[in-house]
Design a protein around this ligand. Structure first.
Ligand code: NAI
Ligand SMILES: CCCCCC(=O)/C=C/[C@H]1C=CC(=O)[C@@H]1CCCCCCC(=O)O
Length: 266
């Protein structure tokens, strides 16, 4: 196999997903296991959901295919990355998916969505680097949002975090870095998806405003998490480093635009 073929193979790979116990993170873990991953390690702050998710995936794919480790991504990166590497020897795919949409806790939101994504990416980039002693290459997948392509009245802090993830991931995954270090960095930008997080929007904003924004972007559906999980595997199998992919309206991934849409006054 060529290096790029090996890199894009899922069979036998160790996958880590932050926020992996429900919704989009769970669907990503599920699809990687379904396509032959050796193990999916689910890092999440929620203990009961974590135990349940581990149980469900193990009954679907077999014993020890899923491992839940309780984790706060904002504080546990050093301790748990060392633990994971001691226990599993290496990690092939690291997915930064955990997030908050709590606009009224901006510091916490930025720590979870942006700072933690950057810190965990850097830790596992170093582990995977091929110029490192024993570095075997690998793929980091960071979850941004189509909200990172748009300026409108909603989610100002959340948007800032998703713009940060997109810029960081495309820069770290730049072809120059890929050629030098052999680690792929990919970004996914899901559109509105039916999860706990999305249902929060109507608690934060007037329904009329949300409806106006939805109409402006012409979103056809609030898609399933499963479509994002399926899209993640498709992107993993086909994408070059540094690219970003929109997964919207229950359709397959399409490359993200390099432009920002500014919603006019209304
Ligand atoms: N639902 C949507 O419409 C969209 C979601 N996204 C992104 O997709 C990703 C997943 O979103 P959803 O599944 O909708 O969210 P969700 O809220 O259903 O799941 C997020 C998970 O992250 C975990 N988490 C939160 N803070 C944590 C912390 N400090 N440490 C560890 N785990 C923590 C939660 O416990 C939860 O399991 C997020 O990055 C989100 O921004 C992007 C575009 C659209
Ligand atoms: C357009 C508003 C959609 C309202 C309901 C909704 O689906 C909200 C979803 C957000 C929660 C987390 C996200 O990442 C979602 C935004 C998804 C793209 C929204 C794009 C519109 C925007 O820029 O605000």
């Amino acid at each position: 196999l060529k290096d790029t073929d090996k890199e894009r193979e899922i069979e036998g790979k160790v996958v880590v997903v932050t926020g992996g116990t429900c919704d989009i993170g769970y669907a990503i873990a599920d699809h990687f296991l379904n396509n032959g991953a050796k193990v999916a390690i689910l890092l999440d702050i929620k203990i009961e959901e974590g135990i349940q998710a581990e149980k469900e995936l193990n009954s679907k794919y077999g014993e020890n295919k899923a491992v839940f480790i309780q984790c706060d991504v904002t504080v546990d990166s050093k301790r748990l990355s060392e633990y994971i590497l001691r226990k599993f020897k290496h990690v092939d795919i690291f997915v930064n998916n955990a997030a908050s949409v709590e606009e009224n806790e901006p510091r916490k939101l930025m720590l979870i969505n942006a700072v933690a994504t950057i810190e965990w990416s850097i830790i596992f980039f170093k582990h995977m680097r091929k110029d490192n002693f024993r570095g075997e290459g690998g793929t980091i997948i960071n979850i941004s949002s189509t909200a990172a392509h748009n300026i409108d009245p909603l989610y100002a802090t959340y948007k800032a975090s998703k713009f940060a993830i997109l810029g960081f991931s495309q820069s770290l995954g730049h072809k120059y870095n890929y050629n030098k270090y052999g680690v792929r960095v990919l970004t996914l930008c899901p559109g509105p998806t039916n999860t706990t997080l999305v249902n929060n929007v109507y608690n934060l904003y007037e329904r009329k405003l949300v409806e106006k924004v939805i109409k402006y972007y012409n979103f056809a559906t609030i898609q399933s998490s499963d479509n994002v999980g399926r899209g993640a595997v498709e992107v993993f199998r086909s994408s070059e480093s540094g690219k970003s992919w929109d997964i919207v309206d229950e359709k397959p991934p399409v490359e993200s635009p390099n432009t920002i849409t500014v919603m006019p006054e209304f």
